[in-house]
Design a protein around this ligand. Structure first.
Ligand code: DCP
Ligand code: MG
Length: 397
């Protein structure tokens, strides 16, 4: 498995397109009072500046030499496409994770030695640099988890191939947070039990891992901690968010009411996910309080799934007790995510007034094929995740 990730992507594109910025500490991000850093060049990182840090703090760290720029999304999009197109000349099937990173498993590396993988990775990095002027770091290993860790270890401007016999030693010593799917909440749970490293997590029994991390994602995370990672590379079709929501006649005031209310909403969204032949990895719950303020919480699973039980359970875990905040007037749930592989999806007919659909009950069948139109006020309130393309407002249909 190969993973590539561009170095300081936004900042590097700025330095590429504005040569006077090369070698200088560039901060890309929000310029206003509450702006945060989206990307920092490696020259800025020397001073401690990092992505997601308040811009004023990063500016202070870097000092007078800081070059602060607003993000130019369109330019990064063009650069991203050029990078991806270049990588595809050597790795035809790619699973893109964001603007600047992707997994690939080139057929010519099946059964290759570590030296052959290194040679391929070096060639790939060279080609990206020659074609785009940008620097990619590349990692390789037996699975996605290890390949991603490898590219990170290779940074900046590097290549790291992790051999089978190095894997366990390397994983064991890493903090649990480095494991795919472990967010701040799971990390804190594990820390409270004295589990700091991936090795300590791997040493638990299956039952212990499930009881700490939950029966839905615990076993998957435990397998990853033990270095078992056979997830294939899956080309993603257009990402989208599928959502369902309800408004209640009376405010929900207990966690039990809220849990009950989530069931039918989750099932509704899950049925639509299924009809689309998709799976979801991220579950977002949006709650509207009686004072009309909105609260959004999400969780990302280690695998995309279409399983109703898993998705509903994940949504329920995200709920907050109304007794400890204002009662909830409204609750919504969304699955932004990737398609499951292998099932055909709807496409517009040549007349453009209806759709060819894989299932007879499909909601697209008699709709004009303009899926991006009509995002309702309710769904547009759901933050677009990095993978969300267009959103489908269930309330409108
Ligand atoms: N990004 C962002 N907000 C963040 C993190 C990243 O907007 N909190 C954007 C800017 C980054 C791009 O996504 O340039 C890619 O993210 P990476 O995490 O890959 O970070 P970089 O490419 O900037 O640096 P590197 O990969 O070298 O660590
Ligand atoms: Mg990057």
């Amino acid at each position: 498995m190969l993973h590539f990730d561009m170095d300081a992507f936004f900042a590097s594109v700025e330095q590429l397109t504005r040569p006077t910025l090369r070698g200088r500490p560039v901060l890309v991000g929000g310029l206003g009072g509450r702006g945060v850093v989206a990307g920092a060049s490696y020259e800025a990182r020397v001073f401690g500046a990092r992505s997601a840090m308040p811009m004023h703090q990063a500016r202070r760290m870097v000092g007078a030499g800081a070059v602060v720029l607003p993000p130019r999304g369109v330019v990064y999009g063009v650069a991203s496409r050029r990078v991806l197109d270049t990588v595809r000349t050597m790795v035809p099937v790619l699973e893109q994770l964001s603007f600047d990173e992707a997994f690939g498993e080139p057929a010519e590396l099946v059964g290759a030695t570590a030296e052959q993988v290194e040679e391929f990775g070096a060639r790939l990095r060279r080609r990206v640099r020659e074609e785009t002027g940008l620097v990619a770091s590349v990692g390789a290993g037996s699975g996605k988890q290890i390949a991603k860790i490898a590219s990170d270890l290779g940074k900046p401007d590097g290549l790291r191939v992790i051999r089978r016999d190095e894997e366990v030693r390397l994983l064991d010593g890493l903090p649990v947070r480095r494991l795919w799917g472990i967010g701040p909440v799971a990390e804190e749970k594990l820390h409270r039990l004295g589990i700091e490293t991936i090795g300590q997590l791997a040493a638990l029994s299956d039952a212990e891992a499930a009881s700490i991390l939950g029966a839905t994602i615990g076993p998957a995370l435990h397998r990853l901690a033990r270095g078992i990672d056979d997830r294939p590379v899956v080309e993603r079709a257009e990402a989208k968010q599928i959502s369902a929501e309800s408004t209640f006649p009376a405010d929900l005031t207990t966690i039990e009411q809220l849990r009950d209310a989530v069931g039918p909403i989750a099932e509704h969204a899950q049925r639509r996910l299924e009809r689309d032949g998709r799976g979801a990895r991220t579950v977002t719950v949006k709650l509207k309080k009686s004072d009309m303020s909105t609260l959004t919480r999400s969780a990302t699973l280690p695998y995309a799934t279409g399983d109703a039980g898993t998705l509903t359970a994940t949504a329920r875990r995200l709920l907050l007790d109304p007794a400890r905040s204002a009662p909830f007037a409204f609750s919504a749930l969304a699955f932004p995510d990737s398609p499951m592989s292998g099932r055909s999806r709807c496409s517009p007919t040549s007349s453009s007034s209806s759709w060819n659909c894989p299932t007879p009950r499909c909601r697209y069948r008699n709709r004009p094929p303009t899926p991006a139109a009509g995002a309702s006020a309710t769904t547009s309130a759901i933050p677009t995740s990095a993978t969300a393309g267009y959103r489908v407002p269930v309330t409108a249909w």
